[in-house]
Design a protein around this ligand. Structure first.
Ligand code: HXC
Length: 284
């Protein structure tokens, strides 16, 4: 059964704005990644989804392709973002089969709920390796393709380009610190920093590098695990100043904004999409 558009995209965007463009996304079979991919594919892009699990990745690609007739969605499973060589091979295959990489989402992440005393050095390292080093590897594997995309796609209407966008999925935990998430918090702080450096290095080539920081997003695996350990039931909605938990569509819409012509001059920053949740203790 196909997923209704209202679950992954608002009505704010013109159809076809990403025609002839290709998204490369790690973690694209996860709940947020799936919505981001659906949104871009709906608006005209083709996509390449990278994941560790072969069946899950290929099934997600097939399902997302139904969003738009003629969409090409390639699922490349068996790729661990901790392994640069396999990511590079996936990026090269994406360009060979789909023609380019114009947008990248680094969404692969690892998470579990544990206090600092309950983290072995290897547990801390595992999350740093998946989140931070995985994002670095994704950036390194795709940046030549993003530079090529930016140079192929000067913006006809104003300065800047319409291709060559990198977006990391970050978090808000490191703004305040977060109990039971010291590992994830540290990993995401490093990702924010990495995007800032990438923006400085590659801005002159027309490439942008940003983060989107989701707050409490309903229905995601990580948030269900974390929030159920902190805030229960109906109290969850009340804990967010905007009065509700986020949806995967909120993150997909922010992604479309950053990748669209409207996001042309957004570079080296983080778009926080959390209903002001991080500003209130217990926002989770
Ligand atoms: C303490 C734990 C643990 C837990 C694993 N470890 N789970 N320690 N509490 N609950 C420890 C292990 O004992 C081991 O340390 C080390 O972590 C590595 O575990 P492995 O299973 O060997 O590693 P690996 O197979 O690479 O798995 C990585 C993983 C796993 C992060 C542990 O959960 C994973 O692959 N997750 C990917 C999917 C996922 O988490 N998705 C949710 C993303 S949500 P020792 O010392 O025993 O060797 C998300 C949102 C974050 O990221 C922001 C919002 C919440």
């Amino acid at each position: 059964m196909s997923v209704p558009k209202s679950e992954y995209l608002s009505n704010a965007w013109a159809e076809g704005i990403f025609a002839n463009r290709v998204l490369f996304i790690t973690g694209g079979a996860g709940s947020i990644g799936r919505a981001q991919t659906r949104a871009l594919v709906h608006l005209g892009a083709d996509a390449c989804i990278i994941g560790r699990n072969v069946e899950k990745t290929e099934a997600a690609a097939k399902e997302i392709a139904k969003v738009r007739s003629g969409a090409r969605v390639l699922g490349i499973g068996g790729v661990d973002v901790r392994n640069f060589e396999s990511l590079k091979a996936a990026a090269d295959r994406c360009v060979k089969e789909l023609g380019s990489i114009d947008y990248v989402v680094a969404g692969a992440a690892g998470n579990f709920v544990a206090p600092i005393a309950g983290l072995s050095p290897n547990a801390f390292k595992a999350v740093i390796e998946i989140d931070t080093i995985g994002t670095f590897n994704t950036l390194k594997a795709t940046i030549p393709h993003l530079i090529a995309s930016a140079s192929r796609n000067p913006n006809p209407n104003r300065q800047g380009t319409t291709g060559g966008r990198f977006l990391s999925v970050s978090a808000t935990f490191h703004y305040t610190g977060m109990p039971l998430q010291a590992h994830v918090s540290a990993a995401k702080a490093a990702i924010d920093s990495l995007m800032g450096s990438a923006a400085l290095e590659y801005g002159p080539y027309g490439v942008t590098a940003n983060c989107v920081a989701p707050g409490a997003i309903a229905g995601t695996e990580g948030m269900e695990r974390l929030a159920s350990s902190q805030v229960k039931g109906e109290d969850r909605d009340k804990a967010v100043p905007s009065g509700r938990w986020g949806t995967v569509r909120d993150i997909a819409d922010a992604t479309v904004f950053v990748f669209s012509d409207a996001g042309n001059y957004i570079n080296g920053t983080t778009i926080v999409v959390d209903g002001a949740g991080w500003r209130r203790q217990g926002g989770l």
